[in-house]
Design a protein around this ligand. Structure first.
Ligand code: IPM
Ligand code: MG
Length: 359
């Protein structure tokens, strides 16, 4: 089978890490006989420099013409003072909206090989950490109207609108419960229904969807409590079902406590293809171009792309196994441990690809 993948390397370390992810994709498909065609497009700061827009129409067209989109990262300090519609982040938000990617899946897993990197106390880490944040991605206060900064009574005020419709909540809840059915069958739905109307509706709709999943144990948790429980005992969580803003915050927290932000992949999916796959970390401008970045989150995103984006589970498993094999002997600087050999971004990509070739 031949599939087309649109590469969006973006800014900062994006180019380096996407190149390593591409190597893994090529190595895995070479083993199975599937073939991939790669297209390239600009997003973020580099797109703004080249075209004046962080998300040119050609990029949207190239993504829509592909079977899956593979993104690096966007952003950098040189673009921080641009107006909101020109900022690199607008590229990401825009492509999510343009492709209708309403469901963001962010697994946080403490790999046994990396237990030493976990930020939690050893007795807490021992209990394990294997959860997935299922985050709504095209609604909420991120996109809600009206929004503005205006002058009222002689001073500036800024405002945004937190808003969810029943249908927006229902479809992400369905993804949450479906995800749980393939895992440990537990959903913890996150809200702030003690304060917010949107959250009260969220809870009502999630309760309704839950009726279709009698096997799944549903629990509701306020977002502040969830932030605390995540560091106190993350082993209690299987699927964390969240709105856009709460999921943004909790998914960074979940990733950080594993101790290896450079390890975690993500998928953003809609009701039709293409879906988009990217590491959850940012563009790390401070180490860009220095061959220091950890490409494993991107390589693991490539595995998610094969499994969820192209329905090629065999390749996905090959890539994941190769990452474990590489970790046994080699580390990038961010996850370096005694007894391992430290390697750069490109070497790590080569090592993973060679394990795929040997598998
Ligand atoms: C993320 C990022 C984005 C978000 C930014 C870059 C707009 O933080 O993917 O979590 O807030 O969604
Ligand atoms: Mg974020």
């Amino acid at each position: 089978m031949n599939k087309t993948i649109c590469l969006l390397p973006g800014d900062g370390i994006g180019t380096e890490i996407v190149a390593q992810g591409k190597k893994a994709l090529e190595a895995a498909t070479a083993r199975t006989g599937n073939t991939l065609t790669f297209t390239h497009a600009l997003i973020g700061g580099c797109a703004y420099e080249a075209t004046g827009s962080p998300l040119p129409q050609e990029t949207i067209d190239a993504c829509k013409a592909s079977d899956a989109v593979f993104l690096g990262a966007v952003g950098g300090p040189q673009w921080d003072s641009l107006s909101p519609d020109k900022r690199p982040e607008k590229g990401i938000l825009g492509i999510r909206k343009a492709l209708g990617l309403f469901a963001n899946l962010r697994p946080a897993l403490l790999l046994p090989e990396l237990a030493g990197a976990c930020l939690l106390r050893a007795d807490t880490a021992q209990k394990g950490l294997d959860l997935i944040v299922v985050r709504e991605l095209t609604g909420d206060i991120y996109f809600g109207e009206p929004r503005d900064i205006v002058v009222r009574d002689g001073q500036k005020v800024g405002y945004n609108t937190m808003i969810y419709s029943e249908e927006e909540i229902r479809r992400i809840a369905v993804i949450g419960f479906e995800t749980a059915m393939k895992r440990r069958k537990r959903v913890c739905s996150i809200d702030k229904s003690n304060v917010l109307e949107t959250s009260r509706l969220w809870r009502e709709v999630v309760n309704n969807v839950a009726k279709d999943y009698p096997e799944v144990a549903l629990e509701h948790m306020y977002v502040d409590n969830a932030a605390m429980q995540l560091v106190r005992d993350p082993s209690q969580f299987d699927v964390l079902l969240t709105g856009n803003l709460f999921g943004d915050i909790l998914s960074d927290e979940a990733a950080a406590i594993t101790g290896s932000l450079g390890m975690l992949p993500s998928a953003s999916m809609g009701s039709s293809s293409p879906a988009l796959f990217e590491p959850i970390h940012g563009s790390a401008p401070d180490i860009a171009g220095q061959n220091k970045a950890n490409p494993l989150a991107t390589i693991l995103s490539a595995a998610m792309l094969m499994r969820l984006g192209l329905n090629m589970p065999e390749e996905a498993l090959m890539i994941e196994k190769a990452v474990s094999a590489a970790l046994a002997g080699y580390r990038t600087a961010d996850i370096m441990e005694e007894g391992k050999k430290q390697v750069g971004c490109e070497e790590m990509g080569d090592i993973v690809a060679s394990f795929i070739e040997k598998a």
